[in-house]
Every structure is written in C-alpha cells, then in structure tokens.
Design a protein around this ligand. Structure first.
Ligand SMILES: Nc1ncnc2c1ncn2[C@@H]1O[C@H](COP(=O)(O)OP(=O)(O)O)[C@@H](O)[C@H]1O
Ligand SMILES: [Mg+2]
Length: 140
C-alpha cells in the first residue's frame, strides 16, 4: 500500500487503531525518518489521548493511560536499547491490559518477533511510503 503523505499516514494509523484490541503487540519497522513515530502518534491519538506524544527515544518506553482513553497504549522505541534483556526490567511485557507499539523491534530480540501485527514502512524515492502489514492474528 502506498501512503502519499503524512496526513495519509495519520489516517492509516487511525484506521489501524480501530482494529486493535487489548493485549496486542504492534511492531513498526523501517529506517530512521520512515514515519514510525508519526504512525504511533496517530494510533495513540485515536485511542483518545489528547496530549502531546513525544518521541520516546530517550525514555525508551512511554505509557499513555488517561481517563477517557479506550485502552492504555505503551509506545516503545528500542533504537537505543543496548541489550534485549533490559526489556524485562523496563516492564515492556508486564501488563496484558494495553496495546503495545514498538519501533525498532529488530533491537528487541526474540520476544519482539511474535507481534500480532508487524508493519514495515519503506520510504520511496518520490517521498511517499510503501507500507506492508503482516497481520498474524488471522492465523489463530
Ligand atoms: N508519507 C509519510 N508518512 C509519514 N511521515 C512522512 C511521510 N512523508 C513525509 N514524512 C515525514 O517524515 C518524518 C518521519 O519522522 P518519524 O515518524 O519520526 O520517523 P521514524 O520514527 O520512522 O524515525 C516526519 O518528519 C514526517 O513529516
Ligand atoms: Mg521514531
């Protein structure tokens, strides 16, 4: 699927958010600047978070849980993660009562291979993005 611009990416995120339910893990792959954070922000906004969504690069993990949200959402960016074992300490897998969005899942080891939905974003030379969605929930 071709995503023409940032607005189209936000619309895609809003659509995707409506199909997500509790306990699901969504991984967002693609190079720096591909649009992973733009997509994550759109998903978090659709879940009802009204505030600013910062890039969690330095915190690695940020949880959005406010009254009025359909479900809590955890947003993680593993770009600067040194060791996948740290994810246990950081509590990424602690709760099953939320949706989990992970940028740079390749940095997170085996546990991140088993996403419910794996999204790959590929920037194309004309500035658009090609998106591949692997929905593994359908195999259940
Ligand atoms: N089709 C598109 N989808 C998403 N972002 C786009 C698109 N076209 C241009 N952009 C720009 O690309 C950048 C993507 O940044 P970001 O989401 O932080 O990337 P990542 O998290 O993958 O490193 C933003 O500056 C955004 O405005
Ligand atoms: Mg990012």
């Amino acid at each position: 699927m071709i995503i023409r611009d940032e607005d189209a990416m936000r619309a895609f995120g809003a659509q995707l958010a409506q199909k997500l339910s509790v306990g699901q893990l969504v991984t967002l792959s693609g190079p720096l600047g591909a649009g992973k954070t733009v997509l994550a922000k759109a998903i978090i906004a659709e879940f009802g978070f009204a505030g600013d969504v910062s890039s969690p690069t330095f915190a690695i993990i940020h949880e959005y849980d406010e009254p009025g949200m359909r479900l809590p959402v955890v947003h993680a960016d593993l770009y600067r993660l040194d060791d996948p074992q740290e994810l246990e300490e950081l509590g990424l897998f602690d709760a099953n009562d939320r949706v989990t969005l992970v940028e740079w899942p390749e940095q997170g080891g085996a546990a991140l291979q088993s996403a419910d939905i794996a999204i790959a974003i590929e920037p194309l030379p004309d500035g658009t993005r090609s998106i591949t969605v692997e929905d593994k929930r359908k195999q259940i």
